[in-house]
Design a protein around this ligand. Structure first.
Ligand SMILES: Nc1ncnc2c1ncn2[C@@H]1O[C@H](COP(=O)(O)OP(=O)(O)OP(=O)(O)O)[C@@H](O)[C@H]1O
Ligand SMILES: [Mg+2]
Length: 254
């Protein structure tokens, strides 16, 4: 479903990813772990098509599409969805307004208002969030945890096939986290979606049934394994895997 091949990416003349490879098939749940500042969010934003990241070489193929030739909107229309580490605010545009436009564009059909609102209300209930969120500006004035939940309204409405979760667990209290991962699992099973999870915690990977764990360092995957690998890292840290100094001023990887 998603194939990233020999991808090198830089930002502000600093190489972050170098010969990065990963393959994610339909219905598979993958996790990526790695030290702070190593490039995990860079992977997410590059898949989504953030123009700030410069592709030096390599390819990203999604189904039969060459993703690098498509902008963010086209990638979203193909069914790729990112929950950002820090979801951005879009003041003045409500969830309902944005979703109505996005759905009309995606399906090419006019969506009845009654049916649309009913569906949104059901989703809010499922996520234990107030229905008033429907008509609030996207993430506007919302707390960190509320933003993460708000993004899930979009997930259920837009029905993506590849979900990228960048530190979903940050900012969520224990009860909210449980609601959110149960919710994502329900969605995943229903749609046979693929998920790429970025997290520092093995527990989230276990809760979301991640089968394939990848460790990122020096711009590429340095180790792959099962959930056991994530648990081992939680216990011992990265020191046994990463011999180099992980906090570097200069990341040129030459
Ligand atoms: N706009 C930018 N300008 C300069 N450097 C940037 C920019 N965006 C990212 N970087 C740098 O790229 C590197 C990788 O950042 P990234 O956000 O991908 O890390 P991460 O692995 O997600 O870290 P964390 O675990 O802390 O979320 C960092 O050193 C970061 O400072
Ligand atoms: Mg990050």
């Amino acid at each position: 479903m998603l194939k990233i091949k020999d991808l090198s990416v830089e930002i502000n003349n600093k190489v972050i990813l170098k010969d990065f490879n990963i393959e994610i098939n339909k219905n598979e749940i993958h996790g990526i772990m790695g030290p702070n500042g190593i490039g995990k969010s860079t992977i997410c934003k590059t898949i989504m098509g953030d123009p700030n990241y410069k592709i030096i070489k390599g390819s990203i193929t999604y189904k039969t599409h060459d993703l690098l030739s498509l902008d963010i909107t086209k990638r979203a229309k193909l069914g790729i969805f990112l929950v950002n580490q820090t979801p951005i605010e879009i003041p003045g545009v409500t969830n309902a307004e944005m979703l109505r436009i996005a759905l009309t564009e995606k399906t090419g059909k006019h969506i009845g208002l009654f049916e649309f609102n009913k569906r949104l209300e059901e989703i809010c209930e499922k996520l234990s969030i107030p229905k008033s969120f429907i008509h609030r500006g996207i993430n506007e004035g919302m707390s960190g945890g509320e933003r993460k939940k708000n993004e899930l309204i979009h997930l259920w409405m837009l029905e993506p096939k590849l979900i990228i979760l960048d530190e979903l667990d940050s900012g969520l209290d224990v009860d909210s986290l449980k609601i959110v991962y149960q919710n994502i699992l329900e969605y995943q099973k229903m749609h046979k979606a693929s998920i790429l999870i970025i997290t520092h915690h093995a527990k989230l990977l276990a809760e979301l049934n991640a089968k394939y764990i990848h460790i990122l360092n020096e711009g590429k995957i340095i180790k792959q394994g099962s959930l056991e690998l994530a648990k081992e890292i939680e216990k011992t840290g990265f020191k046994n895997l990463i011999k180099t100094n992980i906090i570097r001023e200069n990341t040129n990887y030459e």
